[in-house]
Ligand binder design. Structure first.
Ligand SMILES: Cc1cc2nc3c(=O)[nH]c(=O)nc-3n(C[C@H](O)[C@H](O)[C@H](O)COP(=O)(O)O)c2cc1C
Length: 167
């Protein structure tokens, strides 16, 4: 009898473990700051015992420093950010099926998220509808509020949680 109880307990524990919600930390980073922030978040979550996977959203065509020149209104980033419909191509798609909570990280560009974040959200839109989304960002000085407001307005069907600006 005691053995049966122990076995039942072990099986229940194993099932609970296998059903434990996984968290994805997906991020785009052009110059490394957001990558660092993503690693910090993943480490914090792991320390709390969560199962975490880090995923870099990479552009098919990497951004050069000339592309990132915000002073030049002809640079790739300026052209993309001036066009709300711009959707830079992503190198590799993500399987978001196993994750319940998804952190979405990016550098602030012109107050909001870079358009590649829209590409990633658009690519995964249907599946994202059942997930909890937590935006995080790095910036020179801007806050994350405008970016979160933009994401809420652009993707009203998704469950956006409070954003986190990482210093
Ligand atoms: C095209 C471009 C636009 C930017 N716009 C802003 C901005 O509006 N506000 C701000 O505080 N920082 C701005 N920044 C600075 C970045 O948000 C900041 O350096 C960020 O940490 C870079 O992250 P990364 O290293 O992950 O790419 C901009 C940078 C670039 C390249």
């Amino acid at each position: 009898m005691a053995t049966n109880k122990v076995l039942a307990f072990l099986m229940a524990s194993m099932m609970a473990l296998s059903m434990e919600a996984k968290t994805l930390v997906a991020y785009f980073s052009a110059t490394g700051n957001t990558a660092h922030a993503a690693q910090t978040i993943a480490k914090e979550l792991k320390q709390k015992g969560q199962e975490v996977v880090l995923w870099e959203i990479e552009p098919a065509e990497p951004y050069t420093s000339a592309d990132l020149d915000w002073r030049n209104d002809k640079s790739r980033s300026s052209i993309e950010m001036a066009d709300p419909e711009a959707r830079p191509t992503i190198k590799q798609c993500t399987d978001i099926t196993p994750y319940e909570t998804i952190y979405v990280g990016f550098p602030i560009w012109w107050g909001i998220c870079p358009r590649i974040i829209n590409s990633w959200l658009d690519n995964n839109l249907e599946q994202l509808a059942s997930k909890t989304l937590i935006p995080f960002a790095t910036s020179g000085s801007s806050g994350i509020e405008e970016a979160v407001e933009y994401l809420r307005k652009t993707y009203p069907s998704l469950s956006w949680q409070k954003g986190r600006l990482m210093r």
